[in-house]
Design a protein around this ligand. Structure first.
Ligand SMILES: *Cc1c(COP(=O)(O)O)cnc(C)c1O
Length: 374
């Protein structure tokens, strides 16, 4: 057999044995909270579309209008001819929202994170990273060539110990963390980390992918690097960094995944602008998904949700898959999250709640989840 195919088949057999092989399923998102798969209509509790903006008429209309005016694609890198004028509007709104001098929009949150860290630190420098931070923060840290040290999840003391031991023997230093952790739904101690970073000449990067539009970074915390995504609460696609004018200017020249990739389609940028306007017009809206998540945690006697993300850790991948399938049979789409997305032995069901979920749907979900243990 061809050795390339042989290699792939061998790897796939290993993934099958560990129950960690991934499959893509055609999914029709017919409405804000519904999903249709294999002809089965389900209520989805696994979308990051917290405010249901992917299906908001004003957001859709903005995308359509931008496509008509500017075309379906941007045609080139932003540094060539891909920098259509919508970018300027979006970046100004993001900088205003985050209280920074400037902002830079990337092709995705992933592309932002694989570019930002390598543009700022390298060999001889130090990167501290929360052990449960998002995969793309790890990728950026490794690509930078700096020494990478993980600290215990949300443990400022552990980060402090590493800094006390290692900071002096390195040049520059960055600390990377999620703000809202994507697979756990808990919140980083941003104010404490910001203080620690100030006292150790360390640059703090907070990944706000699940925070923007939902949970603000604590006022008063100095976070010089605030990145995030346009693809979750904002319902569109793309990533961003909000920072000082000099940092953003440097990244315009040195972020490889910005320089060497095509600009976003105008539709994505216009949709994100419309989403930010909707969120700004109704600040109370952002509280709704968390309130829904708390209804669910209360119904099951779990600790109150800290964000719209609620994990239910079941342990092994096979059990998580079986429970996800049982929930699908009951009409609920809840994806099983397995290693290596989460650490070995912590496979889980991950529930996300959105503004449009009806209370009765949440109660029915809680009842179905309560029966899983039986
Ligand atoms: C989703 C996510 C990203 C990646 O953002 P995309 O725009 O989807 O590429 C980065 N960081 C965290 C914490 C995320 O949850």
């Amino acid at each position: 057999m061809d050795t390339l195919d042989g290699f792939a088949l061998d790897k796939l057999a290993g993934l099958d044995r560990a129950r960690t092989r991934r499959r893509m399923v055609d999914t029709f998102r017919d409405g804000p909270t519904t999903a249709r798969r294999d002809g089965r209509q389900m209520i989805s509790f696994c979308c990051n579309d917290y405010l249901n903006l992917t299906h908001h008429p004003a957001v859709i209309e903005a995308a359509v209008a931008a496509t008509r005016q500017y075309g379906a694609g941007s045609g080139a890198s932003r540094l060539v001819t891909g920098n259509h004028p919508l970018y300027r509007t979006l970046e100004a709104k993001l900088a205003a929202l985050k209280g920074t001098e400037d902002a830079l929009v990337f092709g995705s949150g992933y592309l932002a994170n694989v570019s930002i860290t390598p543009a700022l630190v390298g060999r001889g420098d130090l990167v501290l990273i929360d052990e449960l931070a998002h995969a793309c923060l790890f990728t950026g840290a490794r690509l930078s060539g700096a020494s990478v040290r993980r600290f215990a999840h949300n443990d400022t003391d552990d980060a402090g110990r590493i800094l006390a031991q290692e900071r002096a023997s390195h040049g520059k230093c960055m600390l990377l963390t999620d703000h809202v952790f994507s697979m756990d739904g808990d919140i980083a101690p941003i104010s404490e980390l910001a203080e620690l970073c100030s006292s150790h000449d360390t640059w703090l990067l907070a990944d706000d992918a699940h925070g923007i539009g939902m949970l603000p970074i604590p006022a008063g915390a100095t976070v010089p690097l605030q990145m995030g995504t346009l693809s979750k609460a904002l319902g569109s696609y793309g990533g961003y960094l909000c920072a000082s004018a000099p940092v953003i200017d440097l990244l315009r020249s040195r972020a490889r995944a910005l320089v060497y990739t095509t600009g976003l389609p105008p539709a994505s940028v216009a949709a994100a602008i419309a989403a930010l306007d909707l969120i700004a017009a109704d600040p109370a809206w952002a509280a709704s998904p968390i309130a829904k998540a708390r209804r669910f945690t209360a119904a099951l006697g779990l600790p109150p949700a800290a964000s719209p993300i609620v994990p239910l850790i079941v342990g092994d991948a096979a059990t998580a898959l079986a429970q996800s399938e049982r929930l699908a049979d009951a009409g609920f789409l809840v994806t099983a999250i397995r290693p290596p997305t989460v650490p070995e032995g912590t496979a889980r069901l991950r529930f996300t709640f959105t503004a449009s979920h009806a209370d009765a749907e949440i109660d029915a979900l809680a009842t179905a989840v309560g029966r899983l243990g039986a």
